[in-house]
Design a protein around this ligand. Structure first.
Ligand SMILES: C[S@@+](CC[C@H](N)C(=O)[O-])C[C@H]1O[C@@H](n2cnc3c(N)ncnc32)[C@H](O)[C@@H]1O
Length: 219
């Protein structure tokens, strides 16, 4: 990515918002949508994934934002390489990069790519497909936190009806994306997991609630 692109992304992240209401995020409360889709995941939502899937020790959080998922992974004892198109000053393993342009893993030992990708347009699907491409040669895992109905799409059927799709974990508490917002969160979310070691077709389904899924401070 050249410096112009990085400057543009940084200025977006420094608090400018589109002049549009974001019904996608939280009912019709009128919160403006944040550019670059910087909506940090409440960390305990990672617990729902880890309750049901044995995610490999070495993980790449490829759209890490402020590091909510990366830091939670650390608490669970994982080793995490983080990257984002914007530098939020996370840690020494962070790299500044556009994930969709990444040609190799930040470290050859990585066997899982896990993130809550940007929501806009086709970006979630582009993230899934790119992550699957990078994980295929190492028989790794991909886990994405997406709208619960993300798999209800004719166009995306091959992603979910064929290997390596492995599992869906429906999260039974809607995430609040804007911490001090007042309205009820509008959308249900789920973790979708692919695993290149999984060769049988179709995936299983599980359910999890972030307040009850085991986590470091809940132990
Ligand atoms: C919904 S936020 C989630 C942040 C983090 N994954 C979390 O769960 O807290 C999406 C993130 O994607 C980043 N992003 C957007 N486009 C990107 C790209 N092409 N490559 C890497 N990161 C990107 C944004 O800067 C933002 O931090």
């Amino acid at each position: 990515m050249d410096s112009q692109m990085i400057d543009a992304a940084v200025s977006k992240a420094q608090g400018r918002t589109k002049a549009m209401k974001d019904a996608a995020m939280i009912g019709d409360s009128g919160y403006e949508r944040i550019e670059a889709d910087h909506y940090p995941t409440p960390p305990e939502y990672l617990d729902c994934l880890l309750q049901h899937v044995n995610i490999h020790q070495n993980v790449w959080e490829c759209a890490s934002g402020e590091g909510n998922l990366s830091l939670r992974f650390h608490e669970f004892g994982h080793t995490v390489w983080s990257s984002d198109i914007i530098d939020y000053g996370l840690d020494e393993r962070f790299t500044l990069q556009n994930f969709l342009e990444a040609k190799k893993l930040p470290d050859p030992s990585i066997r899982a790519i896990v993130t809550n990708p940007p929501f806009e347009g086709d970006l979630p699907e582009e993230f899934i497909r790119h992550a699957l491409k990078l994980m295929k040669p190492v028989k790794g895992q991909v886990a994405m936190f997406l709208r619960n109905e993300y798999d209800c799409s004719k166009k995306r059927m091959p992603l979910f009806s064929l290997p390596p799709f492995h599992k869906k974990i429906v999260v039974t508490k809607r995430p609040r994306w804007i911490a001090d917002s007042k309205g009820s969160p509008r959308h249900n979310y789920a973790w979708f997991v692919w695993d290149w070691r999984h060769i049988a077709g179709g995936g299983g389904i599980s359910f999890a609630h972030p307040d009850f899924a085991p986590g470091p401070e809940k132990a």
